[in-house]
Design a protein around this ligand. Structure first.
Ligand SMILES: Nc1ncnc2c1ncn2[C@@H]1O[C@H](COP(=O)(O)OP(=O)(O)O)[C@@H](O)[C@H]1O
Ligand SMILES: [Mg+2]
Length: 185
């Protein structure tokens, strides 16, 4: 590593010049990359791209407010992996396993929002080694079950006006993807 990484969120994400899904900032080899994503389709595409890099044993932690696009991203990941859908918000279950249709690893989609503790995540007995596991709201939880994971954060790049506080359909998202780096832990 070495050197001080640029401050995330500094990029001119709202400038409008970059194309959909444009990579707007890279923090160096093995470090985080930021993308601006203007539409739900763009988020799905980013998931497709990210999913193409994943293999059994990979864990992704998705952070971002309700409606940020975590599940939309996961749907793209699921398509890239060739798993059985539909990938949707796991409302009635904490974790849903999507088996592979192409003889690859299953996608295990976890909604950690209602988990009370990291111990409860451990209790789910997920086969991490043989699956790709996506954990929405997983920060502060995965440490109990893994040494390294992809850290994905979704946020709005620009402040909303005072009377527009909820994440609406038109707001572009800023997605920061940091690959696993077990040496840092
Ligand atoms: N740029 C965008 N990225 C992702 N989702 C978007 C975007 N613009 C609009 N949306 C909409 O926002 C919603 C995101 O929902 P979802 O993926 O379920 O979020 P989460 O899982 O983070 O709660 C969807 O209705 C989607 O169509
Ligand atoms: Mg969700």
């Amino acid at each position: 590593m070495g050197g001080t990484p640029p401050t995330p969120g500094h990029a001119e994400a709202g400038a409008g010049a970059a194309h959909e899904g444009a990579q707007i900032q890279e923090f160096g080899q093995g470090q985080a990359t930021e993308y601006r994503v203007d539409t739900a389709d763009g988020m799905h595409e980013l998931g497709l791209k990210l999913g193409g890099k994943l293999a059994a044993g990979d864990i992704l932690v998705l952070t971002g407010p309700l409606g940020a696009g975590k599940t939309t991203l996961t749907r793209g990941i699921g398509q890239a992996l060739g798993v059985r859908g539909p990938v949707q918000s796991p409302t009635f279950v904490i974790a849903r396993t999507h088996p592979s249709l192409v003889d690859g690893p299953p996608l295990v989609h976890v909604d950690a929002y209602r988990l009370g503790s990291a111990a409860e995540l451990d209790d789910l007995d997920i086969d991490f080694a043989n699956s790709v596991v996506v954990v929405e709201w997983g920060r502060g939880m995965v440490e109990a079950v893994a040494d390294a994971w992809w850290d994905v954060e979704i946020e709005r790049p620009v402040a909303a006006s005072a009377d527009d506080q909820e994440l609406d359909g038109d707001a572009p998202r800023l997605v920061r993807i940091a690959p696993p780096h077990s040496d840092a832990r």
